[in-house]
Structures are given as C-alpha cells and as structure tokens.
Design a binder for this molecule. Sequence first.
Ligand code: ZN
Ligand code: FE
Ligand code: FE
Ligand code: ZN
Length: 263
Amino acid sequence: MIDYHIHTTRCGHAEGKMSEYVRQALQLSFLEIGFADHLPLLTKRDPSLTMSEEQLGEYIQAIEWLKEQFPSINIRAGIEADYFPGLEKETASLLSSYDFDYVIGSVHFIDGWGFDDSRYIEGYKSWNIYDLYAKYFELVASAASTGLFDIIGHLDLIKKYNFRPEEDITPLVKKTLKAIKDAGVCIEINTAGLRKPVGEIYPSIEILRLCHKEGVPITLGSDAHSPEHVGMDFDLAIIGAKQAGYSEIAMFKQRQRNFIKLR
Ligand code: ZN
Ligand code: FE
Ligand code: FE
Ligand code: ZN
C-alpha cells in the first residue's frame, strides 16, 4: 500500500519526527509513502499553516536523508500546494525551484477565507451553502485546469464541518470531474475526513463512483499530521475504491505517473 499525504512539523500544526512517520509506514508494511507538507502560502505568512520559503530546501534535504536511512521503503518528495486564482505564475515558479515527485493541489481558501480552519468557522454564516459548494467546486475545476498539480487534494473538503446544501450537488461535481479528467489529473482518497466533524472519507462514496465513471484515477492519502495517522482507515478507503469500481491506484516519481493493482 501507499500513503501520499503526510505532513511534517514544519507546517506548525503537525507533530512527531519524520522518521516516526516512516516507521509507522514500515510497521504497516507499506510499499511507498510520500511527504506532502504545505507549500508556503503566496498570500500571507502564517507559521501555524505552512513552512516558510526558507525551509523548503531543508524539507527536501530531510526527505533525501530519510531515503538513505530507510532503504526498505520508497519515500517520495511531494508537496501540498494551495490554489489561488490569479497566482498561477507565482505558484509555478515556487514549485519549479524543487524537484518534487508530485504536487497535490488543494483549495483551502475562498476569496481569502480559510473555510477549513476552525478559527474562521463563523464565515459559513455569510454564505448560502449551495452557492458556497458551487464556488468551491468551480475553484477545484480551475485548479485542475492550471496544469500545476498532479493530484487534487480532499476533493469535497467543503463538507468538513458538515454544512450541507439541501440541493443536489451532483451537477456541480460532474462538471468539476470533467475538468479534472480533461486535465489528466487524479484525485486522492483522503481518510482525514473520518477524523473531522463530517466523519466521512474525502470524497464521499457517491462522488467516488462519479470519479470512476468519468475515468479519473485515484491515489491514497491519510493527510497525516501525526505519525499514528499514517495509513489510518485505509481498509475503509480500499473498500470504497473497490465499491466505486477501481482496480488500481496511481503512484508518482518525478511527476511521472504509474499504476499499481489494488489488492
Ligand atoms: Zn495541514
Ligand atoms: Fe489540505
Ligand atoms: Fe494535507
Ligand atoms: Zn490536507
């Protein structure tokens, strides 16, 4: 198995040594893991959300060192980058300074509002929830279309605090999935949602079925912010993937995509 979404203490809201994350993966007999810590934000500096630009080089070096220390598991250098419309060039330039194996593109902000941050949860009050979902899924579609990202992170993150529209969101999701498919991007099954108020994997099984129908590949991530999160609830993720029709998962090395069979 693989886990492609692992954070480090550099982001300011994770705990444990990087080697502890690797040891947890070894204990689970995983084939491959990838660190995907938060890329520095281009809009503001917030040490409780991401590392600084000065730390990026050291982050990559730490992964290189772990590769030498733990030759029995493949370790990839990924990154989780925010999508900010209008800052595509700046994002591309920051990403190009390092040789990442893959880039996870995530939408955590809507017009500067960190909607997945509990500190700003009152922001939901000023939205019609359906309009909010529409805006979110439009942003995800744009993110995919930039070509900056290999993987779309936590596809339906907007459900995190369990604010749900009464209307059917299927048309919104389908439109976004078409954009993701056209861009040749894959999505992740992200088990962190199970540890959040929504108590559900990202994306939902309904959306995962739509992903399969559209021909969008998947990869797997725990969004670990603590060593014990590595591989957490992957049994459920794999059951979901199979139920949705998937028989393989995507892996990346130097931004080249390959597939392994889902067992
Ligand atoms: Zn985080
Ligand atoms: Fe994220
Ligand atoms: Fe993450
Ligand atoms: Zn995340």
